[in-house]
Design a protein around this ligand. Structure first.
Ligand code: GAP
Length: 449
């Protein structure tokens, strides 16, 4: 028997068991920021390592970098973010709270808001009599740029103003020349990185789904212009492999959305959004875009630096085009958690279990003495713990409470296997190994663990 998982279930488990907390919690929180606790860090790192292995380490055509978060401010002018990285907002005239204008329209069933001008959206709000979520009339509307501003150096003036990066991609474009000069890779090749991005979201919501500070894992794959369709297709299929084979998300919960022209980012000639059935609806998980030569060409024009690639066969140099698969790390974690969260019944008793893929689980094993007040059991269990820890670095030592409660607690954080040292262990050198998903136990010799 299973119940549908809700967002509240996930948020509550994350807080209770040390996965994710509200940022600046003791000060009442800072909206759109989240702090990862020990289990959240472990799960997130396992996802990031899996991504790095799948898309970078296992390939010969990928060049990883880590670029600085603070970049020359002109980068963001060239990329179009200063002019166009904006969301429309509207104010509740009573509470003065601000909302995403397009979200309010979409919540009222109006589609293709991205193709509407600000004036058209405001007119629709008036025409349809749409109110704020608090039931009040809506007033002033404006385009709101999502780049966070800060300043470098000791004098704050126009010249010192820089931005916190809104995407990691620009670091790959600004290092294109460096990578080509250092490595002269064969084309096609990719430049990859993982890192924090910042967006001043008007209404951060749905837990870590829409945050103001979050991590992106993405790469820019540089190609010959006439190969873009086949390269797009190749990456589309590999993104499915990542979702289904590595994150082990069910294929029937992943959907592709061919993004219409009017909804695409300014740099994209084709975009496919990968959507996932989250507990709060079908929402964007990842994106795959054909960015053409928009960025490299723009940087070449702005800096005068040559962004051409010289083919090794001596043919004409050209500015490569780009396919960009992009992955939100927090959204990956949320999809994995939502998919793993299950409430079932064992022996007439309800239990919450996280059926996480073993390679992503924060702890791979738990080890416990059956009774904590029997020194001979504790000593033996410690020996077993030390042995298994040599192979699986993340092992949980668990001797608190009765064994039934310990199993429940371990299930709730997704520990795949639970080893117990009992009195039989002292006689024949075997332990019980309990399987999280089936709750079945088997006796295994310690040497065979
Ligand atoms: N370089 C392309 C780019 O940044 P994007 O679709 O704007 O594309 C990439 O963002 C991914 O980052 C999204 O597919 C999503 O997974 C994640 N993402 C975007 N905005 C987010 C937010 N406010 N909070 C958490 N994740 C976000």
């Amino acid at each position: 028997m299973q119940k549908e998982v809700s967002l509240d279930d996930i948020v509550s488990l994350c807080k209770r068991r040390g996965f994710i907390y509200q940022g600046s919690d003791i000060y009442g929180g800072l909206a759109g920021t989240w702090d990862y606790g020990p289990l959240g860090v472990a799960l997130k790192r396992n996802i990031m390592t899996a991504w790095w292995d799948f898309f970078v380490n296992n390939r010969d055509d990928m060049y990883p970098i880590e670029s600085a978060i603070l970049m020359h401010p002109q980068v963001w002018e060239t990329s179009g973010h200063v002019a166009g990285f904006a969301d429309p907002l509207i104010e509740d005239i009573k509470t003065k709270k601000r909302y995403r204008l397009d979200h309010l329209l979409e919540d009222a069933g109006i589609e293709h808001t991205a193709s509407m001008s600000l004036e058209q959206m405001v007119a629709t709000i008036k025409e349809k009599g749409i109110k704020s979520p608090d039931g009040n009339a809506l007033g002033n509307a404006a385009q709101f740029n999502m780049l966070f501003k800060t300043s470098v150096g000791s004098v704050e003036d126009e010249k010192s103003q820089v931005y916190l990066r809104g995407e990691t991609a620009q670091g790959m474009f600004t290092n294109f020349r460096n990578i080509v000069d250092s490595f002269y890779p064969n084309i096609p090749f990719g430049i990859a990185q993982m890192g924090t991005a910042f967006r001043n979201e008007i209404s951060p919501r749905d837990f870590i789904f829409r945050a103001r500070e979050f991590e992106i894992a993405e790469f820019e794959y540089f190609i010959k212009p006439d190969t873009w369709e086949e390269e797009f297709e190749k990456w589309r299929l590999l993104m499915h492999d990542w979702c289904e084979k590595v994150l082990e998300l069910p294929a029937n919960k992943i959907h592709e959305l061919e993004v219409p022209k009017e909804d695409r980012a300014h740099y994209s000639k084709r975009t496919v959004d990968f959507e996932f059935d989250f507990p709060f609806g079908r929402k964007e998980l990842y994106g795959l875009a054909y960015r053409t030569d928009f960025d490299l060409k723009g940087h070449q024009e702005a800096t005068g630096k040559n962004m051409e690639y010289k083919p090794k066969d001596g043919s004409e140099p050209f500015i490569p085009h780009v396919i960009e698969p992009t992955f939100g790390v927090g959204r990956s974690l949320m999809a994995v958690l939502a998919n793993a969260y299950i409430v079932d019944e064992i022996g007439g008793e309800k239990r919450t279990v996280l059926k996480l893929p073993e390679h992503l689980a924060p702890y791979k094993l738990a080890v416990a003495p059956l009774l904590k007040n029997r020194p001979e059991l504790v000593a033996k269990a410690r020996q077993v713990y030390t042995k298994v820890k040599q192979k699986y670095s993340k092992v949980l030592w668990d001797d608190n409470g009765n064994i039934g409660k310990r199993y429940r607690r371990a299930d709730e954080i997704g520990v795949p296997k639970y080893i117990v040292v009992d009195f039989t262990t002292l006689e024949d050198g075997t332990v019980t190994v309990r399987n999280r998903d089936t709750t079945k136990q088997e006796r295994v010799k310690i040497e065979e663990l």
